[in-house]
Design a protein around this ligand. Sequence first.
Ligand code: RTP
Ligand code: MG
Length: 138
Amino acid sequence: MAIETTLVLVKPDGVRRALCGEIVSRFERRGYELRGARLLKVSRALAQQHYAEHKGKPFFGDLVSFITSGPVLALAVRGENAIAGVRTMMGATNPADSAPGTIRGDLATELSENIVHGSDSKASAKRELGLFFPDGLV
Ligand code: RTP
Ligand code: MG
């Protein structure tokens, strides 16, 4: 077990649907601590860096267009095993497969608009926190 900090994004669909409070509340109620929060419009350059692992895939263009389509809420979320714990709370990538009780399973229906992002490994968390919180405060 380890105390970890992970990057969560409430994606543009979540912000548009006024779900930021609901999503922050779920993480806080679980016992995780908010270490950073920023509402920002993601530039194309930042989107391409953030999703670099998907470059070349057929959905990459749509993914960049979507994540830059409106403000996102970037959160640094800290707690015991937070990287895997946040991913479990988010549910499967495709909301069609997400279990009830998870964020996507309760609040989303479409793969392309699945409300939240969470870092998928320690290396991803370090890299993504650096992109969204470049002053290093988290
Ligand atoms: P995220 O990075 O956004 O937290 O989502 P994830 O780890 O659960 O899923 P990932 O494989 O990293 O995919 C990133 C986002 O790309 C969209 N996607 N579309 N059309 C497709 O086959 C496809 N596959 C993935 C999803 O919106 C996913 O969240
Ligand atoms: Mg991912």
